[in-house]
Design a protein around this ligand. Sequence first.
Ligand SMILES: [Mn+2]
Length: 338
Amino acid sequence: MSLRELLKSIPEPILVIAHRNTDFDGYASLLLIDKALRDLNKSSIVLASPEGVSKSVRDLLEKFNIPQKNIVESPDKLHLRPTSCIIVDTSSLSQIEDFVKIVKNVEHLVWIDHHSIRVSNSLQIRNMYIIADRNATSTCEIILRELPELVDSLDVELSILSLAAILVDSRRLAKASSTTFQILSKIVKNIENIYEKIISSIFQRDMPFDEKMARIKGMLRTEAYRFNNNILCISHVSAHEASLARLLLDAGCDIAVVVSEHEKEFRIIARSRIDIISMAELCQKVASKYMGQGGGHDKAGAAAIPKTQDLRLRRLMREVLRTVSEMLNQRLRKVRAR
Ligand SMILES: [Mn+2]
């Protein structure tokens, strides 16, 4: 069955939901499906986004004076029982949080995503249709490709959002197909006069002052160590750890470790661009020495360590360096400014 036939066949009320902290692709997909359903004369539709839409989406809407659509952020605000549900831009049910119990009770489920979808065994829905295409740049692209009549009738708002969704999720077209460009060419036709403004609104976002300060202080405190032709950087901040870690990698560090002190715990964020040691293992090893928890995957790890009397930030940073040195089985040489 085509997506159009599916949308036509499912009974109302219909819940359309995207992953929590909904990004451009999720939000644009919600609105595209909403429009497609309305074009098919459906009217009992509820859009949902657990925890609401992300800050970057809200900023873009504000820049172009686009009011945010009515979106339900938690299941207790839902005043009807949906018979059908459409999940967009979500690869696993854990991303829709408390809405899971509502989704489990619908009779028809359509699930559209550009990742491989992990369907849990607990989901027993008689009419379930999955459209998962890992080759597509975004959920938006799948929807617009499957519904060509929709792409020809996009207004300015949907064009801006679809453009943002495709550019961001394709990593600025690092991933794309001829279909992507065909769709983009139609989208851009509607917004040619504001194209540059849209691009700078998406990619040159003003950074909040506290994040700027965290990054600058973090850079001033950075220590660098060399092993072979690789550089490990370590620093500490009190917030925006991940932002600083990303900045350090961008600056040329192969491994970036950021330690932070919070009210009840220390946190470690570790990022890597190389395969020599696993960041998950590093975080897990350091955390286990202080009764903490650590994990993640090879290139991104995190740990949380409960505060104790004698544990200090400096000591934790030294422990990270010692553990890296042990895992590499070699000494780290400090990089000096002169
Ligand atoms: Mn997406």
